[in-house]
Design a protein around this ligand. Sequence first.
Ligand code: M6R
Length: 611
Amino acid sequence: MCGIVGYIGKEQAAPILLDGLARLEYRGYDSAGVCVAEQGLLHVVKSKGRLQNLCEKTDNGRTLPGCVGIGHTRWATHGEPNDINSHPHLSQNGRIALVHNGIIENYLELREALEEKGIVFTSDTDSEVVAQLLEYCLREAGSVLDALYMVLHRIEGAYALGIICADEPDKMYAARKDAPLLLGYGDGCSYIASDVTALVKYTREVSYMEDGEVAILTRDNITVLNAMELPVQKEHHHIDWEVSAAEKGGYPHFMFKEIMEEPEALRRAIHPRIKDGRIDLGNLNLTKEMLQGLRRLYIVACGSSYHVGMVGKYNIEKLTRMPVEVTLASEFRYCDPIVDDRTLVIIISQSGETLDTMAALREAKARGARILSIVNVVGSSIARESDDVLYTWAGPEIAVATTKAYSTQLAVLNILTIELAHLLGTVTDERYLQLVAELQRIPEKLDTVLESRETIQYYASQYFNHNSVFFIGRNVDFALGLEGSLKLKEISYIHSEAYASGELKHGTISLIEDGTLVVALGTYGALFDKAMSNVVEVKARGANVLALTTESKASQMKKNADGMLIIPDTEDLFLPSLGVVPLQLFAYYVALQRGCDIDKPRNLAKSVTVE
Ligand code: M6R
């Protein structure tokens, strides 16, 4: 939530800031703003709405001189999305400018204290209090750095901060706690950003700020101090993906591009982990003894990552007979979870920065659990704080609605599932080899699913004007329905719900009437007959049924369904890996027909770093 970028160097800052913000806009798009320092003054330009407005106001930054600046793209929390509440915020004397990502929890108390001292606030945000407090502390402190530490001791909550001061035009300051911020090392220039996507065009050398750290950036140097104000030697990381990976590359939307990239992303996630037909998870130190010693296995995540966990629960329990508890991170952290040093917690997160997931991780860790995370963004907070990490290697995912990250998370969880079963001896070696062999065929099978996209587009054109949609299924098909439903609602704004089919008769079926669209998921062979019965039941009440099933069951399903989405046959374990893609495409084409802003759906942001 909210994207931050900062530049200090010899080039004109504003065009670089706007370019960086364009790559961060997925983090929030309620407003955008930049501030540059020039000739002893700070110049701020902000604009409500999309970044494009700001680009137009400033001729893509060309009208703003100055070689030092900060920029921000906002997902509003405190104060409505308008020009005034947009960042950067200036302190009262206009000599300090600041951008902030996170929430200052004690801002009201601080604001009241500052107002009593005569400081006049202009915005409704929590962030402005940091700029005002900094100016106030500077009256007593010997330097901006001292004042900044005074501020950091007084504010509570989460923050990534970028700060420039008119009186120190050759410096930029940054600070971090519980919100991502990284430092970029250029040739004669330095950067800050919320995410590497903003920097990769300019530099590939970055380091990740840790909680409590403060950075002082000049053109030629970045000094990092810890919370005790002691210097820290930062490890440099090299970003090896191409700039084009974070660009649309001729596709109409990032979401469509990312769906089309799924087979390749799966190959990257799967193939390096298979050696001579067997799974090789590198340094992941899992043993039979350790697994047998476990009392509990949790999967903890939010949103689509949670839905991956739901599929994982069915699959892990089926294959290993270990009980698995899947919990929403936002619930886990407040439910006094039963976790100890004989608990394995699998954390799933694309961004590796989701605040609730991060808090759940810390809660579990504090109680002694071992943390294994499945993460896409390399070097993200969740990855760094876990005992073990399995990266999904999906590459940058820009569309707010996740697609290739979901698929690669699921692939990695499936690899882990097979490995757990193998270690525990709950599958024979022969079965293990069969599963590994089929796993490697999934990317090709997915290629054929993508080839059927015109059929999916056709059904989207038939059903795009429905107001309410139900996704029904049992077992893994229920878990899949949760994701299909979320995809549809988040980008097309159609109300949709996912139900375990068996639950229909306990209430929901009263909502089925003539023409209600029901997406019936019947890929799971063992329960196919039950799925068919549910289709018949909703048809009898007038529903329009769009069914998703496998090639071998298609002719049977066709007898009752109005429309058919068909995936290749595969092992049960991998059915959701193939089944999710038609649902993603269906949501995409429906949203396209409805003229929605597919990559940036209203009210959402890609990385949820507030509670
Ligand atoms: O980055 P994370 O995987 O931790 O994000 C969790 C959810 O916010 C995310 O999956 C969200 O539900 C997706 N945007 C849905 O498409």
